[in-house]
Write a protein that binds this ligand. Structure first.
Ligand code: COA
Length: 160
């Protein structure tokens, strides 16, 4: 798998990866119907295209030439000092083979002005919490509620 910038021609495969990975990750937490509703909203082709065109953002895929194994999307805020990691998903069959770490490293390098990376992770998503902890993030002590009403931890890492 090599990490590269996503393009318009990846969008259908990115959506398919996100739908599969979201169901594998969240069906047990939120229920299959709710996950379908959320992923239809957040991972529609028009919304993914808008992400691609967003200024001061980075949209990456991990690709082996045949299959997309992972996707990451982040935006800069706070005059470029803060990177908001909005999406980091590795297809279930490819998890635990270093793709998440490679995507995260490339996101961090893509924002040379930044000193902080922030993200939210579902409180019950224990593998992801372990991944972020292993990759240098500090996990907030108490959860907050996200825009969908889910309990999340804020995670933060100093970079640069
Ligand atoms: C969380 C996720 C992005 C991690 O990506 P990955 O490619 O599977 O992880 P990596 O192989 O790069 O792991 C790097 C390190 O993180 C830690 N880690 C990763 N997955 C872990 C798990 N399930 N349990 C414990 N530690 C884990 C380990 O220290 C690992 O190093 P090691 O394999 O040498 O022990 C990926 O598993 C994923 O997409 N999960 C489902 C979707 C999701 O939860 N996304 C995050 C939403 S906020």
């Amino acid at each position: 798998m090599f990490v590269r910038t996503a393009s318009e021609r990846d969008l259908a495969a990115v959506r398919e990866l996100l739908v599969e990975t979201w169901h594998a990750t969240y069906d047990d937490l939120y229920g299959r119907q709710r996950v379908t509703e959320i992923t239809d909203e957040w991972h529609s082709i028009p919304l993914l295209r808008a992400n691609l065109e967003q200024p001061r953002s980075e949209f990456l895929v991990a690709d082996d030439g045949k299959t997309l194994g992972g996707v990451a999307y982040a935006t800069a805020s706070d005059d470029g000092k803060t990177v908001m990691l909005k999406r980091l998903y590795v297809r279930p069959a490819f998890q635990r083979s270093g793709i998440g770490r490679a995507l995260l490293a490339e996101i961090e390098e893509s924002f040379p002005e930044a000193n902080t990376v922030r993200l939210e992770v579902a409180v019950d998503n224990h593998p992801a919490v372990a991944f972020y902890r292993a990759n240098g993030f500090v996990i907030s002590a108490s959860p907050e509620t996200d825009t969908k009403g889910h309990s999340v931890y804020n995670c933060e890492k100093r970079i640069g």
